[in-house]
Design a protein around this ligand. Sequence first.
Ligand code: LP5
Ligand code: MN
Length: 241
Amino acid sequence: MTTLFISDLHLSPLRPDITDCFLDFMTTEAVHAEKLYVLGDLFEFWIGDDDNSPFNILIKDAFKALTQQGVECYFTQGNRDFLLNKRFCKETGVQLLDDHTVINIDGESVLVMHGDTLCIDDIKYQEFRAKVHQPWLQWVFNRIPLFIRQRIVKNVQDKIKAKKQHKTLTIMDVTQSEVEKVMSEKGVKRLIHGHTHRPDVHSFINHDEKMIRIVLGDWYKQGSILEYKNNKYTLHNKSFK
Ligand code: LP5
Ligand code: MN
């Protein structure tokens, strides 16, 4: 049994190198897996499930082909695709997971998430997140014409870009006490997430028990995949052609 995990691809029509690597991954690696977990930020930005641009159709078709071949696909929203929802899933066969979901891998409970909720020292981001996750605001936003939504997002992104440059790397990393708290609450000894773009395997002791936190990598310079096979987790890269 092979289970694959990816996140932080930031797919966009402006990065055909990432898109090619992703499409190749879907047809050569993912197709042989039993399950694929996409832990957020698949897209550079997802404006809404009604955006049927040729690029979005290309990506949706890749998921549809995969699920039709029997690979179970799961998706967790990231901070860039928090508006990806049920319609995308219905069109592709992908199953949407809650922000924090405990899955079972060969008998072990494993917590999977995007990872942004662990960065609690990034107070400005957490305030922003709380705002844009309000169901009523999303309801209203989804009903605004697409071209106006695109302008709003561009405006907010420009505003935010300047603010992000002043943040330290520590603020933008996970807060260890929050990791321990969430893992205890969920009763797991293993956590898999993305978001920080710092692929690594962290081991630590909490309440006398060994805990493991696996961080997925981004796809800016190469593909980054976590593979679970034969009771072993391996992080590997996939070069752009
Ligand atoms: O992904 P990455 O690493 O670049 O940065 C993230 C955080 N940034 C974001 C921002 C999104 O990518 C862009 C969102 C555009 C959204 C348009 C919304 C339209 C309304 C929708 C209503 C339903 O996620 C970044 C983190 C970083 O991760 C590391 O964790 O630091 O966070 C920020 O930079 C956010 C700023 O700190 C907060 C800025 C507040 C600006 C307020 C603008 C008004 C918002 C109005 C919302 C209605
Ligand atoms: Mn992210």
